[in-house]
Design a binder for this molecule. Structure first.
Ligand SMILES: [Zn+2]
Length: 316
């Protein structure tokens, strides 16, 4: 059946007809579509990436295991590798000979542990089994240090995303790590030894932060974790909040193209403890991963509030 015969049906459908004809026409269209997809190898074949072919370029190498749509994290399930990178930049530095710095480095590992345990427990509520591998004291290949002495990387914007992701691609054998640990996803946390007076909040940047079409560029999911900010020593709930971003969760404490102000107002009114809305300042994480967050990180169906509040669709 070619396209011309399909157009003939369109001519027919233009005439006034009883509703039964509509049903017949609908069935004919369905049969046509079924024929079309079977004769063309089906939708699945059409989506097959062209990058199965061998190519030695870095881009092709990464595309062999990443489809460009959901970043290096994907759904919050399976095995997730967390790679810690301790960055020294123009104004901050890590000195492992300094006791206070070493204590902070050790604290980051304890806080990842708390956040990972929390996320595992929360994911289980939605029937998702996730395991995090992060312990660089047991696996030194999960810990790196990087120097960017000429730039101030502690910024609220993703100005240095490309600098950081390029460094990661050049210095970390991502595929080798994934193979070694049989991991499904990889998340990078960049730690900065900021002072308590640092005003910049932590942030996460990767594929889920960008519109369709530009995601190939942002497949490395990274968190810039500023170890102190606004007189706080960054707490485990912030780690968990930022990690959820990497898997697709949205901030809920301000209006955005995904979340309307009316929904933010509603969370304020009800005193929500959703971790994407608020975080606890203690070492214990008392917030929860809501059904909406679970939907955005790919482990639950859309809750009713998505259509009620006109929230954006999940990317998963
Ligand atoms: Zn956030």
């Amino acid at each position: 059946m070619d396209k011309h015969s399909y157009d003939d049906h369109n001519d027919y459908s233009g005439k006034p007809k009883p509703s039964g004809c509509g049903t017949v026409f609908f069935i004919i269209v369905l049969l046509y579509l079924a024929y079309y997809f079977i004769s063309n190898g089906g939708i699945i074949k059409k989506q097959e990436p062209a990058y199965n072919t061998v190519d030695n370029s870095a881009a092709q190498h990464y595309k062999s295991y990443y489809d460009g749509s959901l970043g290096s994290c994907g759904d919050l399930k399976g095995k997730v590798l967390i790679v810690s990178v301790f960055i020294s930049d123009k104004n901050t530095s890590w000195d492992t000979a300094n006791k206070a710095d070493q204590e902070m480095i050790n604290k980051t590992l304890r806080d990842i542990k708390s956040a990972a345990a929390y996320l595992k427990e929360q994911a289980a509520i939605y029937g998702s089994n996730v395991d995090f591998i992060y312990d660089w004291s047991a696996y030194p290949e999960l810990k790196y240090s990087a120097q960017f002495k000429s730039v101030d990387m502690v910024t609220a914007e993703g100005t240095y995303y490309n600098t950081q992701s390029t460094w990661i691609k050049r210095n970390i054998d991502i595929q080798g790590l994934k193979d070694k640990f049989s991991a499904d996803h990889v998340l990078f946390i960049n730690f900065f030894d900021t002072a308590l007076s640092n005003p910049v909040h932590c942030w996460s940047l990767g594929a889920s932060s960008f519109p369709e079409g530009s995601k190939d560029t942002y497949y490395i999911e990274l968190i810039n974790l500023f170890c102190r900010f606004e007189n706080y020593v960054t707490m485990p709930s912030v780690y968990a909040h930022e990690m959820l971003h990497a898997f697709g969760a949205h901030d809920l404490y301000y209006a955005s193209s995904q979340i309307p102000q009316s929904y933010v107002d509603n969370l304020n009114r009800t005193g929500s403890q959703d971790i994407m809305f608020t975080v606890t300042s203690s070492d214990e994480i008392t917030n929860y991963v809501s059904p909406l967050d679970a939907y955005y990180i790919g482990i639950a169906p859309a809750p009713e509030e998505v259509s009620y509040w006109k929230l954006s669709a999940s990317e998963h």
